[in-house]
Design a protein around this ligand. Structure first.
Ligand code: GZL
Length: 320
């Protein structure tokens, strides 16, 4: 009987000892996990979901507490979310800004509060001292690469319709400018219609339907600022009775799974990649800022160019 009591006592002591060890990590004054606010501009399509997942996964991997806010395509919501992060006294902020203007005041408030801000996937037209860095692609280069492929595939003669991204967004402005560098240098390439589809599949289809109604078989090429609008345009072309990828050549940017599938299906002729997997670099930049280190003002993504013919061999290995 005595022996059983002794054994039971030993077991109880061992259990308390282990929780005390784990408890020691939480003792008063122990470092609490850093808190990072992430203001995402919207969650309306696969590219955005991939970026958000990349940030959430990396926060968990590094043991940070992430405060996530989806602004649902509203800049006002984004500004309110960043203000809320500042009021909470977060240690850092990741911001994917809806548009390039209007963020100056709230970025100044974050700076005055000593909270570093890292821009993900879109730039802002503000004083660079207001943010640590921009992590994202070269959108001018992306638009220019599409222009060069169109030039090659059409031998320099084509009537082009353009589906633009969100008005005022950095990728919209710069993908248009990059593509026009090639068009302006080659008079046989003509942009006959250009309108925003807001990076959205449904709107991309609706705008393409209007383009087809206006110009029909006069259209040789569609240039979409992202895969989602390209997929919408492809649906519209099919419903109109033409063969996308043949009767009308289609080109886009992003490299999401549906973009690759459209190339496998023969509907999309080529795409330029724009990686959304920015979480690791985002936290690297915040950690450098917390260490007081200088960070380059642009951490540029390396993006590939993919043609229809190679898509089938690559699609299974795509990470987003
Ligand atoms: C690009 C990113 C763009 C994507 C779109 O960095 O801002 O926003 O190309 C997304 O698909 O809506």
């Amino acid at each position: 009987m005595k022996r059983n009591i002794m054994v039971l006592l030993m077991v109880v002591l061992m259990v308390f000892a282990s929780s005390a060890v784990f408890g020691a990590g939480q003792a008063e004054g122990a470092d609490q996990p850093k808190v990072v606010g992430f203001s995402q501009c919207d969650s309306q399509q696969a590219w955005r979901w991939a970026e958000t997942e990349s940030v959430k996964e990396e926060a968990a991997l590094r043991g940070y507490t992430l405060q996530y806010n989806d602004a649902q395509s509203s800049q006002a919501n984004q500004i309110a979310a960043v203000r809320s992060f500042i009021a909470q006294g977060v240690d850092g902020i990741l911001l994917a800004p809806q548009v390039t203007t209007g963020f100056g005041p709230v970025l100044r408030e974050a700076k005055e509060a000593g909270i570093p801000v890292v821009l993900l996937d879109r730039k802002v037209d503000e004083d660079p001292s207001l943010f640590v860095t921009f992590i994202g692609s070269d959108f001018v280069w992306e638009g220019e690469q599409v222009g060069k492929i169109v030039l090659e595939d059409t031998n320099g003669t084509a009537n082009i319709v353009e589906l633009q991204g969100t008005p005022g967004a950095d990728p919209t402005i710069e993908r248009k400018a990059g593509f026009e560098k090639v068009v302006n240098a080659n008079p046989g390439l003509k942009i006959i219609l250009s309108q925003t589809g807001d990076f959205n599949r449904t709107k991309g289809k609706e705008v393409m339907e209007a383009f087809l109604k206006a110009e029909g078989k006069n259209i040789d090429v569609v240039y979409a600022h992202n895969d989602d609008m390209a997929v919408g345009a492809i649906q519209a072309i099919k419903e109109y009775g033409l063969d996308p990828g043949k009767d009308i050549l289609v080109y886009s940017i992003d490299g999401v799974r549906d973009g690759f599938q459209a190339m496998v299906d023969g509907d999309l002729n080529a795409l330029v990649e724009c990686t959304p997997l920015l979480g690791p670099q985002g936290f690297d930049a915040l950690e450098a800022a917390w260490r007081g280190e200088e960070v380059s003002k642009w951490i540029k993504s390396e993006d590939g160019i993919f043609r229809m013919e190679e898509a089938a061999a690559l699609i299974e290995n795509r990470k987003y």
